[in-house]
Design a protein around this ligand. Structure first.
Ligand SMILES: [Zn+2]
Length: 374
C-alpha cells in the first residue's frame, strides 16, 4: 500500500472456519520501511478511562454562576401559585419573592430576571411604567432583601397589555394611531417611547440590568437613550437580540398570563427558519449600544448561538425557554428520561455552543445538582 493511502486503522473481515469475523487490525503502512505515528491505532478512549480522567480533559463545565433564574412576580400578597405546565415554578407575590432572594444567592446563582403579572392590564401596559407597578415594587423588595443579587428587568409589554401584544396596537382609539398602517399592527415607534419610559422607572427602582425583549426595531437605542437622559448611564442593557417566534414559549404564556388575544408575534419576533437574519439583528443591537446579547430559545437554536458567539465579542446569553423545561419534566414524569442528567446535558450543550450565561428555570435545581457532585 502506498504511504499516501495509509489509514490508521480499519475493520477487516476475514474467513475463519467458515465464519466471518471482524479483526481489529492496524494497517501496517510504512514510510521508508518505518512505522509512522499515523500508522498506529488512534485511541481517544484513553482519555475517557475514568471519571477523574474525563473530568481532567473536560472542555465545558457548568457552574451555578452560569445561571440566571427567571421569576414571575404577581400582584397581591402572601401568594405562591404553582405553574401547572412548569413543575417547580411559581407565580410569587412581592413578599414571597423577597423570601426567595437569599436561597438563590446561597446557591451561587448571581442573577434573576423578572416578569410581572399586574392586577390590571390596559391598552398600553401602564403598570409597566408605573413606579408602583408590580415589577418596580419587586425590584425594590429584592434589592432590599439581597443587595448583591443582580436583578434584570425583562422589558416588554405583553404581560401588561389587555391584548397580550408587546406594545401599542394600531387601532383608531389609541394615541399614535396611523391610518396608513394596518389595523392590528404593532406600532413600533410609539412603543419605543414606552420602553424607554418603563426602563427608567425600573432602573430607578434599582434594576441592575434592563433587558429589552420585544424585538422591535430600535429598541436598544431607545432604551439606551432614555437611560442616559435620566443619568442612568451606568445601567447596562442585555438585549434579546435574536428572539424567535417560537412555539416553545407555550408554557410561559400560562406562567406570565400573556397569550396574544389575536394573531401571533411573527411580525416582530424572528422566523425560526432564519440564521443570517439573526446576525443582522445582533449587529444592529450591538451598534445601538447593547452591552450583552441573547439568543432565545436555546436548544433548538444552538447553531444560531454558535454563530453569534463566533461573530461578536459581547457576553452572550441563551434562554432555555419554558417549553424546553416542560418537555424534560413531562418526559421524566413518564419515566422516559432522567430529569437531572438530561437537564444538565442540555445546559452543558447550551454552554458548549457558546453561551456565557444561561437563563433557565432549572437554575436552582441545577445549582444543587452541581454542588452535590452530580
Ligand atoms: Zn413581549
Amino acid at each position: 500500500m502506498p504511504p499516501e493511502r495509509a489509514i490508521s486503522c480499519l475493520f477487516v473481515s476475514g474467513e475463519n472456519g467458515g465464519e466471518t469475523m471482524n479483526v481489529f487490525q492496524p494497517v501496517q503502512a510504512t514510510m521508508n520501511g518505518h512505522a509512522t505515528a499515523s500508522d498506529r491505532v488512534l485511541r481517544p478512549r484513553r482519555l475517557r478511562i475514568s471519571p477523574a480522567m474525563r473530568r481532567m480533559v473536560r472542555e465545558t463545565t457548568l457552574a451555578p454562576s452560569d445561571f440566571i433564574y427567571p421569576l414571575f412576580v404577581r400582584f397581591g400578597r402572601g401568594d405562591r401559585r404553582p405553574i401547572a405546565s412548569m413543575p417547580g415554578q411559581f407565580q410569587l407575590t412581592v413578599d414571597e419573592l423577597a423570601r426567595e432572594a437569599d436561597s438563590i444567592l446561597e446557591l451561587g446563582i448571581p442573577a434573576v430576571l423578572l416578569f410581572g403579572i399586574p392586577e390590571e392590564k390596559d391598552w398600553c401596559g401602564s403598570d409597566n411604567f408605573s413606579p408602583h407597578g408590580v415589577v418596580p415594587e419587586a425590584i425594590r423588595a429584592l434589592k432590599e432583601a439581597a443587595p448583591e443579587l443582580i436583578v434584570i428587568s425583562d422589558m416588554c409589554f405583553c404581560e401588561y397589555t389587555d391584548h397580550g401584544h408587546c406594545g401599542v396596537i394600531n387601532t383608531p382609539t389609541v394615541d399614535g394611531y396611523t391610518a396608513a398602517l394596518p389595523e392590528g399592527y404593532l406600532l413600533n415607534d410609539p412603543t419605543l417611547e414606552l420602553i424607554g419610559r418603563a426602563s427608567v422607572v425600573h432602573a430607578e427602582a434599582g434594576a441592575d440590568i434592563i433587558a429589552p425583549s420585544a424585538m422591535l426595531d430600535g429598541m436598544v437605542a431607545a432604551t439606551r437613550g432614555a437611560l442616559d437622559e435620566a443619568d442612568l448611564e451606568h445601567v447596562p442593557i442585555l438585549s434579546y437580540a435574536a428572539k424567535y417566534a417560537s412555539s416553545f414559549y407555550g408554557p410561559f404564556r400560562e406562567a406570565a398570563e400573556s397569550p396574544p388575544s389575536f394573531g401571533d408575534r411573527s411580525q416582530y419576533q424572528m422566523d425560526p427558519a432564519n440564521r443570517r437574519e439573526a446576525l443582522k439583528e445582533v449587529a444592529l443591537d450591538v451598534a445601538e449600544g447593547a452591552d450583552m446579547i441573547m439568543v432565545k430559545p436555546a436548544l433548538p437554536y444552538l447553531d444560531v448561538l454558535a454563530a453569534v458567539r463566533k461573530e461578536f465579542n459581547l457576553p452572550t446569553a441563551a434562554y432555555q425557554v419554558s417549553g424546553e423545561y416542560a418537555m424534560l419534566h413531562a418526559a421524566a414524569a413518564n419515566g422516559w428520561l432522567d430529569l437531572q442528567k438530561c437537564a444538565l446535558e442540555s445546559l452543558t450543550s447550551i454552554k458548549r455552543a457558546g453561551a456565557d450565561m444561561i437563563l433557565t428555570y432549572f437554575a436552582k435545581d441545577a445549582a444543587r445538582w452541581l454542588s452535590a457532585g452530580q
